[in-house]
Design a protein around this ligand. Sequence first.
Ligand SMILES: O=C(O)CCC(=O)C(=O)O
Length: 259
Amino acid sequence: MRTELTVAEWAHYAAEGYLRLGKVLADDELAALQQRIDDIMLGKASTDYDRILMQLDRIPGQTDAPGPQTKGHKGATLRYRKIQDLEFDPLFLAYMQKPLFRHLCARTYGAQTEVACLRAMFMNKPAREGTVLVWHQDRWTHLDRDPLITIWTALDPATKANGCVEIIPGAHHRLINPEHNSGFLTDEQSADLLRNNERVYLELAAGEAVLLHNYLPHGSGVNSTDSPRRAFSVCYMDAATRAYNGEHYSLIFGEGALS
Ligand SMILES: O=C(O)CCC(=O)C(=O)O
């Protein structure tokens, strides 16, 4: 697998705010991550469940909204929406520390800068379920600086039908709703954005990834198919980033990084 981007790829990323990285997982690595995340959901993994956030998805016809975003296992089911803190899982951590991702971080934050992850999360649209994620930019007001990049990896084929990520290419140069504490756009701002710009559905094969600028407006729909849409999303930031709420973040690249 390659470990760097070309000059032309960086130019595309700068102009459009995203870049398809192609296949970043060998078939056996992909199968291992798929198995691991299912094992975590089903309560079969030898993971410290008290350390990871696990949120159940809504169940159509039964619950209106996803469950609380709190630590700990919530039952043996594949109907989870989000599982976060996966940097504490050795398999997911090894993936996050791939040389290509180190290169992307070094280029973004500087070769000597240590890098932490704001979040390393499984994002799932269970079969025939899923929750709409409204248009937003990945920006949080509780941090003293803005994280700049996210790498989103498809663990299943991501398609329009199963709720792949949708983006507005080139719209990453400014914050649209800077007052919102996690970058969500108002209905009016979203409608404006869609009226005046082209929307791209980021359809990916399983094992492919995309680099996203954190200001790139994005969202996703529900899954209308009989198979899950599993994905892994990691936001990498300068390790010097501080949270006003005292939260601490794991070091991914640099001296003393998780291993
Ligand atoms: O996986 C999704 O549907 C959206 C994920 C997302 O918003 C993110 O990774 O920042």
